[in-house]
Design a protein around this ligand. Structure first.
Ligand code: ADP
Ligand code: MG
Length: 456
């Protein structure tokens, strides 16, 4: 993609976003480059980057794709002058002249990694009950020193802070031991690099590069599941580094054993270090995060007048994930700076109507399945799979019962989500639990407990 392409895309966007939005948000963007499917734009402030990403990100991506550019993601960065520099895989001290740093991060000259987000540090990570274990483990790894658990495997749902924690570890390691070669990248980028090396017949270089890192972090590893040769290569890289006693940190959206199409031996290798999960946020954590973001905003920009109760309201109503919570706050900040008056509860409700509507708490069948599997200590794949032994069939029926009562899904829809079962099977399951709960106290208790935790 060239700057010309961006020019054309820009004028296309003008039509879809409207004139005002265009001149406020789109026109100031400066196209900086496209690499590994990531299009980068320079923006004057982080705030603006967030805002554009939240509100126009999808449209920009769509337009770029329509124009023939191969864009998987867009990123915004603030030019070096004012802020901390955006670092390449091997963070280089600020004193180092920029061009030597460039020279070592050329295409195959240095170890390929992704830039670290300067905002994702331990300082800015709010700790609460749901993430305290993951945080403690990340802290420990960030201290460097002898490798105690390898790999550290962090897992949890979208937007719960996995990437944040990984970047924080990288920053901390860099601060304490700048000589270490710390490489952070997504599993997708790992695959991209691997495929590129295959194509260019540089696979030996690829292997050598990856085996020369001191700390390897691979984010969203579920991505390589089912991708045969990438999985294989990842496995070899992984083993080679573990053998050399190099620290590895992995994240995924679920536990190793729950990742579909991930080879058994890889899953079991991934589980042999420390596996910790980030639980869904609770009210206190959300409020803490909001408060911290507001403090940051005030430090960086200006006064922000928030009526009492606004943050509590948001923490209560937006319980999906932290990213959505941040998006809401970003919009509120933009709104505040535009209207220049106090943000009241009413204004908040107006300004965020769509987000609030979307996050009206809806329980999903998948969530029920996950919670019930955890409760009975069976695998999610077993819950959906064909096994009919009682220890699995009973939890499955309980999940069906809860799905019937806590979601608006029809029996056939529920059946489909249980590995394509017939609606009569679901009906039978639901009835069975209805009978059992009147005679079996344990089941009645379990149901009550599960219902309460799902509705929390
Ligand atoms: P994940 O990688 O798990 O999908 P991210 O690490 O990208 O999630 O987090 C999403 C956003 O939420 C980021 O902007 C991150 O800074 C923020 N975030 C998540 N958890 C916390 C936390 N405990 N404290 C502060 N910010 C958080
Ligand atoms: Mg992530």
């Amino acid at each position: 993609m060239t700057h010309d392409t961006w020019g054309r895309v820009q004028s296309g966007l003008q039509k879809t976003v409207g004139k005002n939005n265009y001149s406020n948000w789109i026109e100031p963007l400066e196209f900086s480059g496209l690499r590994d499917g990531v299009a980068t734009f320079l923006v004057p402030t982080n705030f603006m980057g967030n805002w554009v990403s939240q509100n126009f990100g999808d449209q920009i991506k769509q337009h770029l794709t329509n124009a023939g550019a191969n864009v998987a993601r867009i990123e915004f960065s603030v030019p070096k002058a004012g802020s901390r520099p955006k670092l390449q895989s091997k963070p280089s001290p600020e004193a180092e002249p920029a061009d030597t740093a460039e020279a070592t991060t050329g295409d195959l000259g240095g170890v390929p990694g992704a830039p670290l987000d300067p905002r994702f540090t331990f300082d800015s990570f709010v700790v609460g009950k749901p993430n305290e274990l993951a945080h403690a483990a990340a802290r420990r790894v960030g201290e460097g020193g002898p490798v105690t658990f390898n790999p550290l495997f962090l897992y949890g749902g979208v937007g719960l802070g996995k990437t944040h924690l990984m970047h924080a570890i990288a920053w901390e390691l860099h601060r304490q031991s700048p000589e270490l070669n710390v490489v952070y990248l997504s599993a997708e980028q790992f695959m991209y690099r691997f495929v590129q090396a295959l194509r260019d017949r540089k696979i030996m270089d690829f292997k050598e590069l990856f085996r020369s890192v001191d700390v390897l972090m691979v984010d969203d590893v579920q991505f390589i599941a089912g991708k045969g040769s990438t999985q294989e290569e990842f496995f070899h890289t992984f083993n080679a580094l573990v053998d050399q006693n190099k620290q590895i940190i992995i994240s995924a959206d679920r536990a190793p054993g729950e990742i579909e199409n991930l080879e058994e031996r890889i899953a079991s290798r991934l589980s042999c270090g420390l596996v910790v999960d980030l639980h869904p946020t609770d009210y206190e954590l959300r409020l803490g995060i909001l408060q911290q973001k507001v403090d940051q905003y005030r430090k960086q920009y200006r006064d922000l007048e928030l009526a009492p109760g606004v943050l509590e309201f948001l923490a209560h109503r937006i319980s999906t994930n932290v990213r959505v919570l941040e998006g809401a706050l970003t919009r509120l900040f933009a709104f505040a700076s535009l209207v220049g008056r106090e943000i009241t509860l009413e204004l908040t409700q107006d300004c965020l109507a769509d987000i609030l509507r979307a996050s009206d708490r809806k329980i999903t069948v998948e969530e029920i399945q996950r919670r019930v599997s955890e409760h009975y200590n069976i695998r999610l794949s077993e819950m959906i799979g064909p096994k009919r032994v009682r220890t699995i069939a009973r939890p499955r029926q309980i999940a069906m019962y809860l799905a019937k009562h806590l979601t608006s899904r029809s029996l056939p829809e529920i059946g489909r989500r249980f590995g394509g079962r017939d609606h009569t099977t679901v009906m039978h399951g639901v009835r069975r639990i209805e009978e059992l709960k009147t005679v079996d106290n344990q089941i009645a208790e379990d149901l009550e407990l599960l219902r309460r935790s799902l509705e929390a």
